[in-house]
Design a binder for this molecule. Structure first.
Ligand SMILES: [Zn+2]
Length: 380
């Protein structure tokens, strides 16, 4: 079987020694502060050694197939030539969300480890079970993004989450998690981030090429668990599931590179100025069943009371209207389809909401599960 508490402690000790830290860091330091690491040598990751200036493709055993074969998730490594932060990119937690997979692949193919300061870790497909079946979920219908940080004796989702969190995420000084809209919905390219937390807000703004939406990471999400473990993490949400979309992928690559420049991992131009920010967003739900057809487009600005779409009863031909309860912008929406009352059709970024005050994060140690985020409390 995999780890025990003792082994987990030993992993942490080995990690601290290999990275030259005197003790576990709090939030990753701001770019102005020199990195504490005084040595920079080969690193041991997932049983293999990676030397400075090298790239590697490692395998993390996260699960088994029904037939008992090992299910190994690829982990891409770019070990920089000089010291710096460890920055992580995770995609495919939902197996049908493809844009992020291509963002991570592009980044790790294009970046030369010789030009990197620090180390980049990439997980292009976190949910291989779902990816193989073109499904958001695991084979038991659990959502992997409700299972972090996971437990090695928990559900299938919890075990996969635990393997990823312990072997990869706990090493990260900062992280981007890549998603798309779910189930016939599409999103304006946007960064979701807990803007109450300074380091997280800085990452969100450094991305530079996507709308920023304040959203606290939900229980069991990778972002929520990572921030609770004091790893600044943002989510890039762009486009639709089940598709590779050129513009959303290109924007994801550009924004991720901006974050790498901001964190000192790559040389380059400072990212553009702050992007449009919404401190509150909400879904507009429909009150009738029938054929849903939007009358606005993704990204449209809307006024209070503007028509967003119609629902037509295909038996009686009665038509009802869906109007915006807020002034703002359509940052996500459902594609045309048949719906029932309560269906979430339009995600509106609401204008005129004040910035939330900063709050201190829970005082957990890096990599240790937060008592607030026990995934077993949030089944499914
Ligand atoms: Zn997702």
């Amino acid at each position: 079987m995999r780890s025990t508490a003792l082994r987990s402690t030993l992993v942490w000790l080995a990690l601290a020694l290999s990275l030259g830290f005197a003790g576990a860091p709090a939030f990753a330091q701001s770019p102005q502060v020199p990195v504490r690491s005084t040595t920079w040598d080969q690193v041991e990751l997932l049983g293999q050694r990676v030397a400075p200036g090298e790239r590697a493709r490692l395998m993390l055993r996260v699960s088994e197939s029904f037939a008992g074969f090992s299910v190994d998730t690829p982990v891409l490594v770019l070990r920089g030539r000089v010291p710096g932060k460890t920055i992580c990119m995770v995609a495919g937690i939902h197996g049908d969300e493809l844009n992020g997979i291509e963002v991570v692949r592009n980044l790790f193919e294009d970046i030369d480890p010789q030009e990197v300061a620090g180390m980049l870790l990439g997980v292009p497909v976190a949910n291989l079970h779902g990816f193989r079946r073109s499904s958001r979920y695991l084979p038991d219908r659990r959502d992997l993004n409700r299972a972090f940080p996971g437990r090695n004796d928990g559900s299938a989702a919890s075990r996969i989450a635990s393997a990823l969190f312990e072997s990869v995420v706990s090493r990260c000084d900062a992280m981007i998690d890549f998603h798309t809209g779910s189930f016939h919905r599409t999103n304006v390219p946007q960064i979701r981030a807990d803007l109450r937390e300074r380091e997280v807000a800085q990452l969100a703004r450094a991305f530079g090429v996507a709308t920023v939406v304040h959203k606290v990471g939900g229980p069991g999400t990778l972002r929520g668990a990572a921030v609770a473990a004091r790893i600044p993490t943002i989510t890039y949400e762009a486009g639709e599931p089940m598709r590779f979309q050129r513009d959303e992928i290109a924007r994801g690559v550009e924004g991720a590179r901006n974050v790498l420049v901001y964190l000192g991992a790559l040389e380059g131009r400072e990212p553009r100025g702050p992007a449009e920010t919404f401190y509150r967003s909400a879904w507009v739900r429909v009150n009738d069943g029938g054929i849903y057809l939007p009358t606005v487009e993704l990204g449209d600005a809307v006024e209070l009371g503007d028509l967003l779409g119609t629902i037509t009863d295909f038996i009686s031909n009665e038509r009802s209207e869906v109007r915006s309860p807020w002034k703002g912008r359509v940052i996500g929406m459902a594609l045309p389809q048949v719906v029932i009352p309560g269906f979430a059709a339009f995600h509106v970024g609401i204008e005129g909401v004040a910035e939330p005050p900063p709050v201190p994060m829970p005082g957990t140690q890096p990599g240790l599960p937060s008592p607030l985020l026990d995934p077993e409390d949030h089944p499914g």
